[in-house]
Each structure stands twice: as C-alpha cells, then as structure tokens.
Design a protein around this ligand. Sequence first.
Ligand SMILES: NC(=O)c1ccc[n+]([C@@H]2O[C@H](COP(=O)([O-])OP(=O)(O)OC[C@H]3O[C@@H](n4cnc5c(N)ncnc54)[C@H](OP(=O)(O)O)[C@@H]3O)[C@@H](O)[C@H]2O)c1
Length: 338
Amino acid sequence: MILVTGGTGLVGAHLLVELTKRDTKIRAIYRREHKIPLVKTVFEYLPNCSLSHFEKIEWVEADLNDIPKLTEAFKDVKQVYHSAAFVSFEPDKYKQLRKVNIEGTANIVNLCISHKINKLCYVSSIAAIGSELNPEILITEKTAWNPEEDNNVYAITKYGAEMEVWRGSQEGIDVVVVNPGIIIGGGFWKSGSSGSLFYKMSKGMRYYTNGVAGYVGVSDVVHCMTSLMDSSIKNQGFILVAENLSFKKFQFLVCDALGVSRPKKEASPFLLAVAWRLDWLVHKILGKRRQLSKHMARSSTAITKYDNTKIKEALSFEFEPLESVIDDTANWFKSANF
Ligand SMILES: NC(=O)c1ccc[n+]([C@@H]2O[C@H](COP(=O)([O-])OP(=O)(O)OC[C@H]3O[C@@H](n4cnc5c(N)ncnc54)[C@H](OP(=O)(O)O)[C@@H]3O)[C@@H](O)[C@H]2O)c1
C-alpha cells in the first residue's frame, strides 16, 4: 500500500494519476471532501488514464495534525509520498505554517518510523535551500541554508519540515527529498500557485518584474519522485528545476500561450516597496488578506538560479522545456472555459 498526503493538491493529484497506473493499492489523505472532484477532473483531462484509475484511490479523511486519524491512514502502508503542506507567504500565517508544515511533517515521519515503512519521499522546495550573494552562481543542493538571513515564513517552515525528514533518515527510514522550483501544471486554477497565476494572467496583468527563479513542469516533478522511490537512491535531496527564467519571460510566455496581452510596465523595486507597504496598511485597517508581502516583493526582483545537474545525472533524465509545459497548461486552462 502506498500513502499519498496532499492528494487534493496540484502535485498530489498528478502523482495519483501516475501511481494509479501501477498494480499497487493507493490510499490518499484528504481534508475537505469538496476538493476530491477537482482531482477527478485531472484524471478526466490527462491522456492515458481513466476514471477506473481514479476509482482505485482509497480516500481517507485526515489532517496532518490529527494523529489518531493519521495512524489509521498508515495501516498496511509500505511507501509514503508526503506532498501536503500549507503554502502561504503571509507573515500572519506563521503559526499555522509551523503547525502544518513542521509539526505535521514530524507526525508523518514519526508514523513512518513506528510503521517501519520502506521509503518516504518528501516534497520540499527550493525555498528550503540557501541562496548565493552573487546571482550568477548557481544554487546547488550543497548551498547552505542561512538562518540569519531574512527568510520568508513559508521558507522557514519548509526548511524546518525538511529537518524533520532528515531526522527520520537518522532514525532509520530511507528517504528521498525533492526541492522543486515553481511548479507549472493544470487542474487547480483558483488555488495553488501556478494555476492561480494562469487564472490571474488570463484576466490581464499590468506589471511584470525582472527577478529570476527556477520553474518545472508538474509531470517532471512526479516522474522524478516515482523514479527516485523506485531506485536504490536514498537519503539524498534533489533540486527539480527545468529552467531558470525571469518573471518577465515567464509572464510573456504564459500571456502568449493564453492569447492575452502581455503586461507592459515594469514593477520597479521602488514601486514594489511602496506597494507592499500599502498592502500591509490595507490589511491592518480593513483586515483584507495580504496580496503582497515584503518578502514577495523582494523575491519578485531577486535573481536566484538553480543547478539541476544532480537529478539529471542520477536518473539519466532531461526536463521538458518550460515553453512546452506552459503551452500544454494554457491549452488545458482554455478548455476549462472560465
Ligand atoms: N506549487 C509549487 O509551485 C511548489 C513549489 C515547490 C514546492 N512545493 C511543495 O509541493 C507540495 C505540494 O504543493 P502543491 O502545489 O500541490 O500545493 P497545493 O495545491 O496547495 O496542495 C496542498 C495539499 O496539502 C493539503 N494540506 C494542506 N494543509 C493540510 C493539513 N493540515 N492536513 C492535511 N493536508 C493538508 C491540501 O489539502 P486541501 O486540499 O484540503 O487544502 C492539499 O491537498 C507542497 O509541499 C509544497 O510546499 C510546491
């Protein structure tokens, strides 16, 4: 039996598509029942899978912080893919981020140990890797995390979660950790980072930014996860980035693929500095949800480039070019008829 956490999210749903093609029992954790039909739409859209694959999933309701329910979900499990996380960059959500990402991952790791599972795959993030002062130096798996830096709340908790997974490896379970860049894929258009980006861009965006970050298609993420789990590789982490692209280039590619106008103005660091302060003020006075935090503003102009050599060599594998991932995702978005 394979257990998947975060099965109702972007990565988890695409992972379930791959895993249900196998002759193995699959169990997936969900929190909110209304998210399950979204997973079904992924099975309906993608080629080479069908509703009979979707029906193979045994859904179990459990929260990462509900140990009795999680314990039930671990019955007869031999492999675990831990993809669930709370994704937010809002400083006010720090406590909740710690609770779900760090404590929740510690719960998963403890259950993996007590149930003597064979292998755990944890979906971390490039956010949990260190950064380089010189933007031209590629960040690798060896780039050290610096706790003294002004790290954002999501990154701090993904790093803390990864530490729990490495503790698990010290306590005897085999683990593989993947650190994906911004994951591009379809099916979750109003939640999840990349889906909502397509949604926002389809409505028109006025500004672009010139920061650089790493991107990867969701099917490559899932392929690397399952290949690492099938291999004898253990207790290692891998950056999953197909290409390092400027946000401007990414935004232009998405707009072109969607057939909407490209943003015309650059959001300069000064404009962004004004914008996040205004956003904070509106949040404090009107209680509105933060749209732009200081860290989000800063990372939208930061240049961070990642080295993908380790995973390519470990799996003898080439990533799908981003332009093709974006085109496929845009076609899916257009067929969803918003
Ligand atoms: N998307 C990216 O660009 C990106 C990049 C790098 C790394 N990652 C990492 O990849 C993983 C998957 O991301 P994603 O894009 O698939 O995120 P997502 O679409 O937001 O899905 C998150 C999943 O986690 C579940 N979850 C959240 N809180 C939970 C809790 N307390 N208990 C149980 N389940 C909970 C969600 O359940 P509900 O459906 O009930 O909310 C959902 O199934 C995460 O670990 C994320 O940090 C994502």
